[in-house]
Every structure is written in C-alpha cells, then in structure tokens.
Design a protein around this ligand. Structure first.
Ligand SMILES: NC(=O)c1ccc[n+]([C@@H]2O[C@H](COP(=O)([O-])OP(=O)(O)OC[C@H]3O[C@@H](n4cnc5c(N)ncnc54)[C@H](OP(=O)(O)O)[C@@H]3O)[C@@H](O)[C@H]2O)c1
Length: 297
C-alpha cells in the first residue's frame, strides 16, 4: 500500500481524509495536538507542527511517505488579517518546511488552496485564471502555491471554496454556525453579495482520493457544483432542517464590516475535475440531506 502522510489531521478536512483513505492507503496522520481527536478508525498518529523544520524532517525520514497531503493551515480569514506573522508561519513557512524536508526523496505533495486567491470580480474561476488576492489569508495561500510550484517536486494544488461539514471538535464553519444558531432560534445576519461554490468536506476528501488514485499532477479545482451566495445557502439550511427562515436577516458585505476583504464573486469551476477525475460532488441540497441524517443519529 502507498504510504501517505497527512498534516493538519485534526482539522475538518484532515479528519475526513483519514476516514476516506484508510482502506486504500497506509496512513500517518499528524497534527499539533498530542493525541488525535478521531478515536476510530485505528491509524498511525504523530505530533507534528509544520512550522518546525526539524520535526518535519524527522517525521518524513521515519515514515518515508510517497505522498504528503498538506491539510494544515491557519484558516481564520479575519484572524490572518490581524495576526499576519502567525498566518505566514503556518501557511507559507510551514509549506516551505514540508517541501524542503520532502526534496531528498522527491515526495509528491498535495497542497490545499482556496478561491480567496482571486479578487472576486468575475467568478467562478477556472484553474488558469489570474489570481489577485484581496486579503492577507489569500495572499499567504497564493504564496504557498508558489512555494509548491517552485519546489521541483511532483505536486498537486487543490483549490477549494467554503468548506463545510461536521467532525469531532472542529472549528465552526458556515454550515455549523447557521445550523447551531437557527436550532436555538437565534437570529443571524447573512450577506447576500458573497458568492462561492461551497464544498462539502466529504466531497473534497473524495476528490483528493481520486487525485491519489490517478495520480493527477498540476492545479485542480475541487468544490461543490452550486454557485450561490451565503444568504441563499443559509435559507437552504433552514428549509432542510425546518428552521424558521425569517431568523435569517439579509445584509450586504458593506454592513458586515469584516476585517478581511472578501472576494464577492469567487467560487471555482470544476469542469476539469469532472472530466479528468470523474469527480461528482453532491449538490448543496443533497449534502444537507446527508448532514441531516448524520446529525439526527
Ligand atoms: N475551511 C474553508 O472554508 C476552506 C476554504 C478554502 C480552502 N481551505 C483550505 O483547506 C485546508 C483545510 O482546511 P480545514 O477546513 O480543514 O480547516 P481547519 O479545520 O481549520 O483545519 C486546519 C488544521 O490545521 C492545523 N494547523 C494549523 N497550523 C498548523 C501547524 N503549524 N502545524 C500543524 N497543523 C496546523 C489546525 O490545528 P490547530 O487546531 O492546532 O490550529 C487545524 O486542525 C486548508 O489548507 C485551508 O486553507 C479551507
């Protein structure tokens, strides 16, 4: 079995990658915490902070992976705007460390990036369109793509958009925030003018599985099929779970005053993934039905 090292394995995507890949690959899951948050299935686990080059080197030399999937990142977009050094350390320096430690063995790197590298003037975007990030998070993620491209290693850059889903002790995501607030019948203010192609984490992990199987090298967009604004996404969540949609108050990005500028029409075109990988993501509606079934358990 091919050996695959996963970084950021306690995050939303990291956890889903473990359950998605465990049957077909020999996995080493790594994260900063002393223990994995997932208790089942059984898998190898080691502590790894990708900001520490020596630690990256030691883990890679011990496990000798054929592929590294980098799912570790500082993902709080507004946090990145304020804590710029911390954002750069995790999102760029960490990637430099992995690449440097992987170079001797020519290990393939699968790196996850974002539609926030685009400026949102004319999304959804295809792989070859010109990036122009508006916020620090987007700038750092674009810099990380450039590190990967310049490394001289076989690489895959997987760009994705507004990842949502459930996991063990995961940070909140847009779906969870809407679900939890509306379930408690609390009002939420949601923007009508930020468009993305929201991505169910299960589909993202499934897409990465297809990339590994192929294997596919280069840049590829893996996201959901719906190009939709946050307000309409929240309304669909309310409809699926029979929550009161009048608790969702439509506002504009100007009114919300987020710290980091957001690309308004972002989102990703996924034709390449459909054609080259046979990627078939669920619609928002279908994924919400799956989430409803799993949350009711
Ligand atoms: N979430 C989205 O909407 C979205 C959209 C587009 C692209 N992406 C990209 O998708 C990837 C996966 O994100 P996600 O949604 O799974 O986010 P997540 O749940 O925040 O997971 C990221 C994980 O990275 C870990 N991490 C941060 N710094 C680290 C370091 N120095 N060393 C090791 N681990 C570190 C975090 O662990 P700690 O708890 O220790 O901080 C966290 O568990 C990221 O590359 C992200 O940029 C996400």
């Amino acid at each position: 079995m091919k050996r695959v090292l996963i970084t950021g394995a306690n995050g939303l995507l990291g956890q889903k990658l473990i359950t998605e890949l465990i049957e077909d690959y020999e996995l080493l899951a790594t994260a900063r915490a002393p223990q994995p948050v997932l208790q089942s299935p059984t898998f190898l686990y080691r502590r790894l902070d990708i900001e520490n080059y020596r630690a990256c080197k030691a883990v890679i030399e011990d496990f000798r992976p054929e592929v590294i999937i980098n799912a570790a990142a500082y993902t709080n977009v507004d946090g990145c705007e304020v804590e710029r050094e911390a954002c750069w350390r995790a999102n760029v320096k960490g990637v430099e460390n992995l690449v440097r430690a992987a170079r001797n063995r020519m290990i393939q790197i699968i790196h996850i990036s974002t539609d926030y590298i685009f400026d949102g003037t004319n999304g959804p975007y295809a792989e070859e369109q010109r990036p122009n990030p508006l916020c620090y998070y987007g700038k750092a993620k674009l810099a990380s793509e450039n590190v990967i491209k310049a490394a001289g290693l076989p690489y895959t850059i997987v760009r994705t958009s507004v990842v949502y889903g459930v996991g063990v002790a995961v940070k909140s995501n847009f779906f969870l925030w809407v679900y939890q607030r509306l379930r408690q019948d609390k009002p939420i203010r949601v923007v009508t003018d930020q468009y993305n192609t929201p991505t169910w984490v299960d589909d993202l992990a499934g897409g990465i599985h297809l990339i590994l199987n192929r294997p596919f090298l280069g840049v590829i967009h893996i996201s959901g099929p719906d190009f939709i604004d946050r307000y309409r996404m929240a309304v669909q969540i309310a409809q699926t779970f029979h929550f009161d949609p009048s608790r969702i108050i439509p506002i504009t990005t100007d009114q919300l005053q987020q710290r980091a500028s957001r690309p308004l029409k972002a989102g990703l075109k996924i034709e390449k993934a459909i054609q080259e990988l046979g990627f078939r993501p669920k619609t928002l509606k279908e994924s919400f039905e799956f989430l409803k079934a799993s949350l009711s358990k």
